[in-house]
Design a protein around this ligand. Structure first.
Ligand code: NAD
Length: 745
């Protein structure tokens, strides 16, 4: 390969990236096909022979980092890592390094140390002397144990001797066997040598050999990577090149002083080193042990890199660390993915691979420090995270960058936001349903709810006042011949199931509805879009049930009226929440503001409003389980019935007064009633610290009333904010809470 740079590599599709590698002959056409067909992975039957108790194989992303120039040779580096920004970081650092000739890396011979620990020795000095005198004989013995290694130019090079007085007061004599393991990592090779030598070593020393095993402190296998990051390449928006350079030197000094910082600094280096180790089938735990033990060699844990200013003002980086890897042996022969990684790396010897890994470690360290001293790590992470969310939301290619930017700008890097942006950009709210909306599909929608006053009391037959969250959920249904399937991508929920198998959550509701409609012997695919989060006190489960029932109503021409839909949704609610009041399915079905009471339908009154009240709804992100909250209140009610009855009567009064204030747009009174109602909900012990914080934020930014809404224990708040809706929404959003729109648009 003559050039490892690939224009806009990160923007290409997986298939295009594979093509780029094949074009450069890094991989063969059969490898490219295997990658596309996903057949390059380790098979479970093979895995079963590698370790014990296998039940499958585990997936991680395999990526490639272009731009590397190491010792004058171009490399595209294979990396297996699940953390965003690592691959982007090293690729970008490698690009910066190219203009000064890339990375210069040197290394020692690939020596691994074996240890033989000898005990039962009264006087260690004669034992050491005897072993030292017999060194030639012992080295010859060691080499006779691995003749192939010797033939390949490796073998045992040297012996070293140590004596330690143990805390028990007894002596241990330790012999180090320094073995050049050539292209193997060498753990097994060295263990074999140590075990084979032990009987003769015992004879010579008059001691007893206990441990005979390699040391993972592979400090005779050191890699030194150096790079010049030209000053001219360091400037960034808002930062001069000198600022960036000097800040990197400064934070590196910090890591060389403080072990807390050094641990994070070195973890970043290992992000790069480990990713290559895993991609090439190497033992990354051995690498981790070596790196951190070496970082602490002075007795204090320190950074593995050093950054200084060169005499031309450039930034000079140096990394020194042990890297003991192999390009043969270990699990390589069994794992086709590791062999492929090695092929992509194009490293013919273990030394070459170790040197490439040293360059990657130094590149990763530069990328992390540059990000930390400029925009911070989070911004880069955020952009990659947004790309991954946009992709999982099925964003069309032509809208991709706009959706990514839109999510970052809004601060909501979430699937629902991606869907919303796609809809907006396409100017057609139904368009993203197209894949699940063939001609024979039917659709139903339903409202979520926000309770203004009266939750919990409504379970005890008092009034509650609630508003709809219009068109919060829509369901699309098609009949299929496969298993029954329900997917709610906005909740990251998808389940395929058979009707006779117990199903969870949304799937349980679907099974109940299918049984109730007598279509449990047929199969359907139900795709649900939701703009409200689940388990946040906003009536998502009832809305889901109503939307699905309505879609079936249309699909099967059932002519169900709203009352029938409402009744069936109530059965689903019982399944989800135990003993619900029925208010959620009522609002989900009728999508009207309502003063609700469960005891008699005649007491449930829709409320006609002349304007949309200035409401802000925000969810805490913490799931509130309605069933548990209702049960908790019930058990406290049973212990203190009289007190609780009084509270519920008060709440009833508040709801009735609130309905009047809502109709007459008396928002001062309504706000005050909401605040008092929240006090009672607090007394019922259903609030949480997060909800209290949100309520505090809303009130301090001008809300006339704010309270939890729904069952509590997590979930959401509602705030009444005449003339202050945007201030309150912004403050809650900035504090990290999700704002839920009252209307669909
Ligand atoms: P290995 O046992 O597979 O030995 C390497 C083999 O490769 C030998 O048979 C050798 O003859 C052969 N070989 C072919 N060409 C070679 C060449 N050019 N240079 C050198 N050898 C060549 O593997 P290993 O490297 O001895 O041990 C690595 C494995 O040991 C890893 O899987 C590791 O996880 C495991 N391990 C690690 C530890 C530890 O780190 N503490 C302990 C035990 C085992």
């Amino acid at each position: 390969m003559t050039d490892s740079r690939i224009a806009h590599f990160y923007r290409k599709s997986i298939a295009e990236r594979i093509d780029e590698l094949a074009d450069r002959e890094l991989i063969e056409p059969a490898d490219a096909r295997a990658l596309l067909d996903k057949t390059q992975l380790l098979q479970p039957e093979v895995a079963d022979k590698m370790i014990e108790n296998v039940i499958g194989v585990f997936g991680l992303p395999l990526a490639t980092a272009p731009n590397f120039l190491v010792n004058g040779r171009d490399y595209i580096v294979p990396m297996v890592v699940e953390e965003a920004s690592v691959v982007a970081g090293v690729s970008s650092a490698a690009k910066t390094a190219r203009s000064s000739g890339g990375f210069r890396v040197t290394s020692t011979d690939p020596i691994l140390i074996g240890q033989i620990q000898l005990v039962d020795i009264e006087n260690p000095d004669p034992a050491v002397q005897a072993l030292f005198t017999a060194s030639d004989e012992l080295i010859e013995l060691a080499n006779s144990l691995q003749p192939n290694l010797l033939a390949r130019g490796g073998g045992t090079r040297e012996l070293e001797f140590f004596k330690y007085k143990m805390p028990s007061g007894k002596w241990s004599v330790v012999m180090h066997v320094l073995v050049d393991t050539r292209d193997a990592m060498g753990a097994n090779l060295v263990n074999t040598i140590c075990e084979g030598m032990a009987p003769r070593v015992e004879e010579i020393s008059n001691g007893r050999a206990v441990l005979k095993i390699l040391s993972n402190l592979a400090d005779r296998s050191l890699v030194t990577a150096r790079v010049i990051m030209p000053l001219s390449e360091l400037a960034q928006e808002g930062y001069t090149a000198e600022d960036v350079r000097d800040a990197i030197v400064l934070v590196n000094e910090f890591a060389n002083t403080d072990p807390y910082r050094a641990a994070t600094h070195n973890k970043g280096i290992m992000n790069g080193v480990d990713a290559v180790a895993i991609a090439t089938g190497n033992d990354w735990r051995a690498g981790e042990a070596a790196a951190h033990a070496y970082a602490a060699r002075s007795g204090a844990y320190r950074a593995l890199t050093n950054w200084t200013v060169g005499n031309k003002g450039d930034l000079l980086g140096e990394l020194v660390m042990p890297i003991k890897v192999g390009v043969v042996g270990g699990s390589l022969k069994s794992n086709p993915a590791a062999l492929l990684g090695l092929k992509i790396a194009g490293t013919k010897t273990a030394t070459e691979l170790a040197e490439l890994m040293g360059a990657v470690g130094l590149a990763q360290n530069f990328a992390a420090l540059r990000a930390l001293v400029t925009d911070g790590i989070q911004k880069g992470h955020m952009s990659l995270h947004a790309r991954s969310i946009a992709s999982s939301a099925g964003t069309p290619e032509d809208l991709f960058d706009q959706v990514v930017d839109g999510m970052i700008e809004s601060g909501d890097v979430k699937r629902w936001k991606a869907h919303e942006l796609i809809d907006e950009l396409q100017g057609d709210s139904a368009s993203t349903e197209s894949d699940a909306s063939p001609d024979n599909a039917a659709r139903g929608t339903a409202a979520g709810k926000v309770i203004l006053l009266g939750e919990h009391a409504v379970v005890y037959d008092r009034h509650a006042l609630a508003l709809p969250l219009e068109a919060a959920i829509s369901a699309t249904i098609v009949e299929t011949s496969a298993d029954i399937k329900i997917s709610v991508p906005d909740w990251d929920f998808e389940q395929s199931f058979k009707i006779d198998r117990p199903a969870q959550g949304a799937a349980a509701a679907l099974a109940l509805i299918m049984r109730a409609l007598g279509v449990h012997d047929r199969s359907f695919y139900v795709r649900v879009r939701s703009r409200i989060p689940p388990a946040m006190g906003l009536g998502a489960s009832a809305a889901l049930a109503v939307a699905i029932i309505r879609a079936f109503n249309e699909l099967l021409n059932l002519n169900m009226d709203d009352a029938a839909v409402d009744r069936m949704a109530f059965e689903c609610e019982k399944l989800a929440h135990g003993k619900p009041s029925g208010i959620d399915n009522n609002i989900a079905t009728y999508s009207e503001p309502v003063l609700y009471s469960k005891s008699s339908a005649t007491r449930t009154k829709p409320i006609a409003l002349t304007e949309a009240p200035p409401i802000v709804v925000a969810s805490s992100g913490i799931r509130g389980i309605t069933k548990d909250q209702v049960a908790g209140v019930r058990s406290r009610y049973e212990k203190n019935t009289q007190v609780y009855e009084t509270i519920f009567n008060e709440i009833d009064e508040i709801s009735l007064a609130g309905a009047h204030a809502l109709k007459t747009r008396d928002y001062d009174t309504l706000g005050a009633l909401m605040n008092v109602c929240h006090g009672y909900l607090n007394a019922l012990q259903v609030s949480t610290p997060e909800l209290e914080q949100m309520i505090q934020i809303a009130r301090s930014h001008g809300a006339s009333g704010a309270k939890l809404t729904g069952a509590g224990g997590g979930g959401s708040i509602v705030a009444l904010c005449p003339d202050k809706e945007s201030e309150v929404a912004r403050a809650l959003h900035e504090a990290g809470y999700q704002i839920v729109r009252m209307r669909d648009r």
